[in-house]
Design a protein around this ligand. Structure first.
Ligand code: AMP
Length: 249
């Protein structure tokens, strides 16, 4: 059985991004890029499932520009067996990415499609849900554990109040939360090995999909600067300020 893992190239989580002067988006020209952190977790989990004998092959897929191949190489250094790069210079919205992934699901027939719960650039948290709807496949979001028993995926989901465990018919779509796995350290020898693994390139235009934007970004802005705090001398003063200044009591 095959596991398909979707990985997105995003601005490195450690970099502080700035809006462009015209507020049309975020300035990514000089920013360091990396694999979306939740996707790294998803790749690690897929590789661990293969190592545990629950799958035979892990295929990493990305939709993005030529440089997104770097992200696929990292996925293969973690342990993915091969990759598919759907090439486009357009920044696609979750619905468009889900349509592309659907084509790959139909072609590759995986038993499990793993995605990150969200991409840290758009924070959309939509692609997995949309893919599951488009493919009519069961969905487990915010996974913190994945097992495979009697042909079904047993997924523990992180919820506000604790966890929920669901049993999904295979094939299924699952999105990775923070505690699902701890990505292994990518070593130089594993990167060298990854360079020899196959990457198939597909031009987005050749798929004949409608990937036009449905969303218009009106403005991208910095969050308002936080006001300086004040020291209070007593609990009484704190309560007075919460009542009369902050109006929260
Ligand atoms: P989002 O819905 O944008 O928050 O993204 C959720 C997940 O969908 C990500 O963590 C990735 O696993 C996957 N994804 C989103 N965009 C792409 C892309 N361009 N290429 C590959 N996977 C993607």
């Amino acid at each position: 059985m095959k596991i398909l893992v979707a990985v997105k190239r995003v601005v490195d989580a450690k970099i502080k991004v700035r809006p462009l002067p015209d507020h049309s988006g975020v300035d990514t020209k000089i920013a360091k890029m990396a694999m979306n952190p939740f996707d790294e977790i998803a790749v690690e989990e897929a590789v661990e499932l293969r190592e545990a004998g629950k799958a035979d092959e892990v295929v990493a897929v990305t939709v993005g520009p030529l440089k997104a191949v770097d992200t696929l190489r990292v996925a293969m250094a973690i342990g993915a067996d091969r990759s598919i790069h759907v090439k486009t210079d357009d920044a696609l919205e979750p619905l468009a990415v889900a349509k592309v992934l659907k084509v790959l699901v139909e072609r590759e027939q995986p038993g499990l499609v793993l995605l990150g719960k969200q991409a840290i650039d758009d924070d959309a948290n939509q692609t997995g849900q949309m893919l599951s709807a488009l493919c009519d496949m069961p969905l487990g979001t915010f996974a913190s554990d994945i097992g495979f028993e009697d042909g079904r995926w047993i997924v523990t989901r992180e919820t506000d109040g604790g966890t929920q465990t669901v049993s999904l018919a295979s094939p299924a779509v699952v999105t990775a939360d923070l505690r699902l796995a701890e990505p292994r350290y990518v070593t130089l020898p594993s990167m060298a090995k990854a360079r020899k693994k196959p990457v198939e390139t597909i031009e987005l235009a050749s798929l004949g999909l409608d990937t036009a934007s449905r969303i218009r970004v009106l403005s991208v802005d910095e969050p308002p600067a936080r006001k300086a705090g004040v020291m209070v001398a007593s609990v009484d003063e704190l309560v007075e300020k919460l009542k009369n200044e902050a109006h929260v009591l």
